[in-house]
Design a protein around this ligand. Structure first.
Ligand code: GLU
Length: 461
């Protein structure tokens, strides 16, 4: 039974890289009929905030990555962590260390002065035949994990391949602070164990934690999960995505009018591929996804491509749903849709032309109110006898027995022939007068939707 998890730390917003991690963990569980767990890693009490927890839960909801278990909160599991720390102390896999912070700093300074890598000198580590220093009074000890000496930790990373880290590289990790609170790496281990996680899929900024976590799991006699470390997502310049430079929060993308399914589709392609397939549904992705096809090298975020995919998803999306996204955006610009054409019909007509929901809303506006035309358009298309001609055309429209696209279209040819003009000389001034822009879909369909009364009002105003 496959069990994966997404384990964000609630210290900010839901990061785009986090969403990709969540997506791959989710897809792996879904593909194998497994379970996807959400775990909030909130042990860093200073940096974790309730707002951030909310941002993560809202973000997960927005992208539609549903979890089967959780959210579990590490802060609610302290008793369990303490029990496991005691277990490690009892079995000799952990020990109390009374070295004070000052002593540790002094040790580090000495090591650095000698050009050595700073590390704990195992002073308090019990060994057969070794005399430990006398326990100082009034000092609350930390608990350190007794990391194996010699040998190395090896794992077959499902993305990066075989990784081997020498135990010489690994300190005796502090697993409990002087106040008894457990530390980050330790909580992750206990959680992955207790939650029966079979596949730890996470960002490769955690590769350094993995050998420590494996050693602790082994000391606990716990089964080892498969590890899959996903490479980073870089920005278009090949730099680490940063809050300052790049849109990194899912909320930013929602605000940009990106559809969640387009974002997921795009993120799926960042570091994973299925032939040349670019546009696909999440159902399709789940069917195709496997860790074997995840690339080991970092990928670059390409906004153009995201927009292109978003445009494709816009064209495939349910019209009623799009209307619910567009309506509040129109309202923000003071445009009410009641009394006007059905928003779904308007969207169906204009969505070919745009790539995001904000642009979609802008394309819908002139169906509900006349835009103020650019003076250049007015000069170009409404000079000379054009206004008089538009008045004559308005009479034809007024007299039309049926107000529908075909019928309106039927007026064009004869009218142009009579007036001795080309279609553009009718269509363009018509657009400028009715819509306030020359950039519209087929003008007969636009007029049909706007409605006769409103069209005549705009033509004769
Ligand atoms: N809490 C960690 C983070 O937000 C993830 C830890 C893990 O996946 O093991 O980066």
């Amino acid at each position: 039974m496959i069990r994966t998890r997404f384990a964000p730390s609630p210290t900010g917003f839901l990061h785009i890289g986090g969403v990709r991690t969540a997506l791959f963990s989710w897809a792996y569980a879904r593909k194998h009929g497994g379970t996807f767990v959400l775990r909030v890693e909130d042990t860093d009490l200073e940096r974790s905030t309730p707002e951030s927890v909310k941002a993560i839960l809202d973000g997960m909801h927005w992208v539609g990555l549903d979890y089967d278990e959780g959210p579990f909160y590490q802060t609610q599991r302290f008793d369990r962590y303490k029990a496991v720390i005691q277990q490690l102390l009892d079995t000799g896999h952990a020990y109390h260390c009374y070295m004070s912070k000052d002593e540790l700093d002094a040790l580090r300074a000495e090591q650095e002065a000698r050009g050595e890598k700073p590390r704990y000198n195992r002073l308090w580590r019990p060994e057969a035949g070794k005399n430990l220093p006398p326990v100082p009074e009034g000092v609350a000890p930390v608990v350190r994990f007794r990391n194996p000496v010699g040998g190395s930790v090896v794992w077959e990373d499902a993305v990066k391949g075989r990784i081997e880290i020498s135990n010489e590289e690994l300190d005796d990790l502090i697993i409990a602070r002087p106040d008894g609170s457990p530390t980050y790496n330790f909580c992750v281990v206990v959680d992955d164990w207790d939650m029966h996680i079979t596949h730890v899929i996470r960002g490769d900024d955690h590769v350094n934690n993995t050998p420590r976590q494996i050693n602790i799991l082994k000391a606990l006699g716990a089964p080892l999960p498969v590890y899959a470390h996903l490479p980073m997502i870089l920005n278009e310049n090949g730099q680490k995505m940063s809050k300052r430079r790049d849109a990194v929060s899912v909320v930013d993308y929602a605000g940009q009018g990106i559809l969640p399914e387009a974002l997921l589709n795009y993120l799926a392609r960042l570091g994973w591929g299925h032939g040349d397939d670019e546009f696909f549904s999440m159902q399709q992705f789940v069917e195709w996804f496997d860790l074997e096809n995840v690339s080991a090298s970092p990928s670059r975020f390409n906004h153009e491509k995201l927009l292109w995919l978003n445009g494709l998803h816009l064209k495939a999306a349910d019209l009623g749903r799009l209307a619910e996204l567009v309506r509040p955006r129109l309202a923000e610009s003071g445009i009410a849709t009641d009394g006007g054409p059905r928003l779904e019909d308007v969207i169906a007509l204009v969505r070919e032309r745009v790539q995001d929901v904000n642009a979609l809303a802008r394309e819908c506006d002139y169906f509900y109110r006349k835009r103020t035309a650019d003076s250049a358009d007015v000069e170009k298309h409404l000079a000379g006898d054009a206004p008089a001609r538009m008045a004559r055309f308005a009479e034809r429209l007024a007299a039309l027995p049926q107000w529908e696209t075909e019928a309106i279209h039927g007026l064009f040819k004869p009218f142009c022939a009579e007036e001795g003009i080309k279609m553009g000389q009718l269509g363009m001034p018509l657009r400028v007068l009715v819509c306030g822009t020359t950039q519209t879909p087929s003008v007969d369909a636009v007029l049909a939707l706007i409605g006769r009364d409103e069209v005549l009002r705009r033509l004769t105003a």
